[in-house]
Ligand binder design. Structure first.
Ligand code: 13P
Ligand code: SF4
Length: 314
């Protein structure tokens, strides 16, 4: 049986032989992040996918992320270690239902969070991530009529922060949506000296009770730049791997303590889809170069425009 070190070494060999690049999200397991050439949040991963000159992109993330990489690199081979790694948020917004909703608001522009299907992206004016949503919306005229899909909580965060009145699609992420104000208050009581951070995919009752609301990358930056020593981090717990690497001297708490040692902990803030990526299926898919993520040319052409519009925002 090969060890983790053997598997990491095999992946490096395959990568070099095939001119492949491995991109991984912060929510994947530590060994997956360790195998990656680039680890980032959704925005940084989209930027990395736009810039790569590799022939193969192995995307250790979820389906919509691999689709975004394919849309930006139609001639490259994009591989996803586990094809059923979906996203409850993307699934909460079927393109046909959104199209019917748009017809009720024909004078509105569609702004879509990157956590959506390629078909939804193809209908959108501009894509945003949690890392740039405030900048993108702030650049639009105050009286612009906007429908924001699919995350109602990120949408309501933007509306509150920028005093906007975007119409919100009623979608949510099953990981972040399970957090309540009671969870925040319990963690504050348990760790009275800690600052509490949360992702904007969390409910307003959570956002309003924490010290900082920000995307994955924004939370990493906040902790790194803060003089404070102790934090409670309310988002998918995979982020703690990178956060601890960057801040060995700081005390970082997750909602579930002790933290999960296994995949699929029901009480933990874990994205079961992100946790479907592992070294074995990464080796498998890179060896076989199949199944490949494919999209039709029309969807690619239409979805590319709003993604590229987003990438012009620094
Ligand atoms: P970010 O990577 O933009 O923080 O989004 C979090 C997320 O849920 C990714 O699926
Ligand atoms: Fe989707 Fe939520 Fe998982 Fe992110 S954490 S991939 S939004 S289900």
């Amino acid at each position: 049986m090969s060890t983790q070190a053997d598997k990491l070494s095999l992946l490096q060999q395959l990568k070099a032989k095939k001119n492949a690049v491995i991109l991984a999200h912060y929510y994947t397991m530590p060994e997956v992040q360790a195998a990656a050439d680039f680890v980032g949040d959704s925005l940084a991963l989209a930027q990395a996918a736009a810039q790569t000159d590799a022939d193969i992109i192995l995307f250790a993330g979820v389906h919509f992320m691999a689709e975004t990489a394919k849309i930006l690199n139609p001639t490259k081979k994009v591989l996803l270690p586990e094809f059923s790694a979906g996203c409850s948020l993307a699934d909460s917004c079927p393109a046909d239902k959104l199209a019917a909703f748009m017809q009720q608001h024909p004078d509105h522009l569609l702004l879509s969070y990157i956590n959506c299907s390629a078909a939804v992206k193809a209908m959108s004016y501009c894509i945003v991530t949690s890392g740039n949503a405030l900048r993108v919306v702030d650049s639009m005229p105050k009286d612009a009529k906007i429908i924001f899909a699919p995350d109602r909580w990120l949408g309501s965060f933007i509306n509150r922060e920028l005093d906007r009145h975007m119409i919100l699609w009623d979608g949510a992420c099953h990981v972040h949506d399970q957090l309540t104000a009671d969870d925040v208050l319990r963690m504050k009581k348990r760790y009275p000296n800690a600052l509490v951070l949360a992702h904007p995919e969390c409910r307003p009752e959570v956002q309003q009770n924490v010290d900082f609301v920000g995307s994955t990358a924004a939370m990493l930056k906040y902790v790194k730049n803060s003089d404070h020593k102790e934090f409670v981090v309310l988002t998918e717990e995979g982020i703690l791997y990178e956060m601890r690497k960057q801040n060995p001297d700081k005390i970082l708490h997750a909602l579930s303590e002790p933290e999960p040692q296994h995949i699929g902990c029901v009480d933990c803030l874990e994205c079961k889809y992100m946790k479907m990526n592992n070294l074995d299926n990464m080796i498998q898919v890179l060896t076989d170069e199949t199944p490949e993520l494919l999209l039709d040319a029309e969807t690619i052409e239409k979805a590319r425009i709003p993604i590229e519009r987003m990438l012009t925002f620094k």
